[in-house]
Design a protein around this ligand. Structure first.
Ligand SMILES: [Mg+2]
Ligand SMILES: [Zn+2]
Length: 177
């Protein structure tokens, strides 16, 4: 089974330092929805794993997060793609939970849900913690330069072997070539 794990904000949709707090604020990065459809066509199951500490901070509630994710799922569907699962950590940044990236809790959940091997599984993110969470459990890190990616690219802690691509469309092109 081929599974690819995507961060959400800064990978699929434009990120905001003020958080994505409503469906209206969720706007796809050009080419990202088509990229997911392209991955699906090539046999990839696409799973999202996203830190959403805005919930824990009280900036938006679970109903709103669900509405945002529904908008995303619908937008992907309109391009002929689908997500096999959406995982998120709703906890605040100071939480000791096991799921907030760079902790790998969501990846362990993905492995369990799909009975999948994490070793070599592509993880796509724009922040260091996305990649660190995946690398901690053997995933292969892909950095995109959308969102915070351009800044992350300069981080001395970037995991060894990180593959760097302009955006999700370029990652999908590589993985489906
Ligand atoms: Mg991000
Ligand atoms: Zn958490």
């Amino acid at each position: 089974m081929k599974i690819i794990v995507l961060d959400r904000d800064g990978v699929i949709n434009f990120d905001s330092d003020q958080f994505i707090k409503s469906p209206e604020e969720w706007k796809p990065i050009p080419g990202s929805l088509e990229a997911i459809a392209r991955l699906n066509e090539a046999g990839w199951r696409v799973v999202v794993a996203s830190n959403q500490s805005g919930v824990g901070r009280g900036l938006f509630d679970m109903d709103t997060l669900n509405a945002i994710n529904e908008k995303m799922v619908k937008a992907i569907g309109q391009k002929g793609g689908r997500l096999d699962a959406v995982f998120f950590c709703p906890h605040a940044a100071d939480s000791t939970c096991a799921c907030r990236k760079p902790k790998p809790g969501m990846f362990l959940e993905i492995a369990e849900r799909f009975n999948a091997d994490l070793k070599g599984m592509p993880v796509v993110g724009d922040s260091l913690r996305d990649l660190q969470a995946g690398v901690a459990v053997g995933c292969k890190p892909y950095l995109v330069l959308t969102g915070k990616g351009a800044k992350t690219q300069l981080d001395p802690d970037l995991p060894d072997g990180t593959m760097i691509y302009p955006d999700l469309a370029a990652v999908a092109a590589e993985l489906t070539a």
